[in-house]
Design a protein. Structure first.
Length: 398
């Protein structure tokens, strides 16, 4: 047994996560009864996923209840399922309540996909997607996407046309807008790190830019539109912006206050904004690597009172946050990256206390609540899509 597995199981025992109420048997119970632990992310051999894998016992051993308050959000007979594993790097899930489908991005495959609710099919939606990353649907049901290749934010109108919402700030091109959050006042808030300024997820800078300082890489190869549409090289720090209903773009969180912003979401009443500061961006020589989720007060299109919501350190292990979404009770469901056993989704109550953990075999980049009842947690994790039916709803819209 690895040191990490021993540590995780000891933690489970210490927390008293017994089979009767917590979602998995504790190590002490297993030793005393000589019963085998059910296959999970941290067992050897590990849990199997996908078609043909053996059934999982209930409760699911990879759903960890860390506080009794988390139980109410779980369906005892539900289990984590992997429904697709054909991607390269999945991101940006968003639910269309009108269309009854989930849209998500495979950034590196340059494709947007749709998961069709009624049939369970996953089919290409937009190809090329221009390395789309984050997606959202606004209060009018229109899809909004970030495009790493063109370094911009676009909205798909109901008549099928496309509107560019943002591609520059004060005359300088954006980096690679990442994640989105829509507001009832018609504004769109987004993060703009430089994670998409690479060959695999968009295009590197033209010669002399931070991601191509020596000019050894030709960003035009294989991408004939590079340089004709969108920014050519990075000129701005990673920051957070707000596009109002009129189209005006305002800076809401500077890169000095929060470097390398990644995910973004509002509380259900839109009085708080959550933004994680994550790993250092490509080409950066300083800043970043905080791996902290911050929370801000929101009023009249501005933020204030920046505070640490979570430092993403659990049992001495530092994890990295990514995309996040709130449920109707104000709990924050956050994608997590860390050593084996720490990847997946961390669930926090509104006070910032971690109450649950959904373990996945790899990191979870983004997630959303989907389905007609908005109670199906859809998780983008590496090449895969995972689902879990829960007993709460996502704060609308997706």
């Amino acid at each position: 047994m690895s040191d990490l597995t021993s540590k995780l199981m000891s933690r489970r025992s210490a927390l008293g996560l017994m089979a009767a109420g917590a979602g998995l048997p504790a190590l002490a119970w297993a030793k005393e009864t000589s019963a085998a632990l059910p296959p999970s992310v941290v067992t050897s051999p590990p849990r199997q996923w996908g078609a043909g894998s053996p059934p999982v016992i209930y409760p699911d051993p990879d759903i960890l209840i860390l506080d009794p308050s988390f139980r109410k959000y779980l369906l005892t007979i539900a289990q984590i399922r992997r429904i697709w594993d054909k991607g390269l790097w999945t991101e940006g899930p968003a639910w269309s309540s009108q269309g009854h489908y989930l849209v998500f991005s495979d950034v590196q495959a340059n494709t947007q996909y749709r998961y069709i609710w009624e049939t369970g099919e996953i089919v290409p939606f937009r190809k090329p997607s221009y390395n789309s990353n984050g997606n959202a649907f606004d209060f009018e049901g229109r899809q909004i996407s970030t495009q790493d290749l063109f370094r911009r934010v676009v909205r798909w109108e109901n008549d099928g046309t496309q509107t560019v919402l943002a591609d520059s700030y004060e005359g300088k091109p954006l980096n690679s807008p990442n994640d989105l959050a829509v507001h009832p006042d018609g504004s769109v808030w987004f993060t703009d790190p430089a994670y998409g300024d690479t060959l695999s997820e968009g295009h590197p800078d033209f010669a002399g830019g931070p991601t191509n300082p020596d000019g050894h890489v030709n960003p035009r190869i294989g991408e004939e539109l590079v340089g004709l549409i969108g920014g050519k090289k990075r000129e701005l720090p990673g920051q957070c912006y707000r596009v109002d209903k009129s189209g005006r773009l305002d800076l809401v969180i500077s890169g000095q206050d929060l470097p390398s912003p990644n995910g973004i979401c509002f509380s259900p009443d839109y009085t708080n904004l959550y933004v994680p500061s994550t790993s250092r961006e490509p080409g950066a020589t300083s800043g970043g690597d905080r791996n902290i989720i911050y929370v801000f007060d929101v009023k009249d299109g501005k933020v204030s009172n920046q505070k640490v919501f979570s430092d993403m350190t659990f049992e001495g292990v530092r994890c990295a946050p990514d995309g996040l979404r709130a449920d109707v009770d104000g709990n924050l469901w956050c994608g997590s990256n860390g050593p084996l056993g720490y990847g997946g989704v961390m669930v926090f109550n509104p006070a910032g206390k971690r109450i649950g953990h959904i373990r996945l075999p790899n990191l979870c980049a983004n997630l959303t609540f989907a389905g007609p009842k908005r109670n199906m947690l859809m998780m983008c994790a590496g090449q895969s899509i995972y689902t879990l039916q829960v007993q709460t709803q996502g704060a609308a819209p997706s």
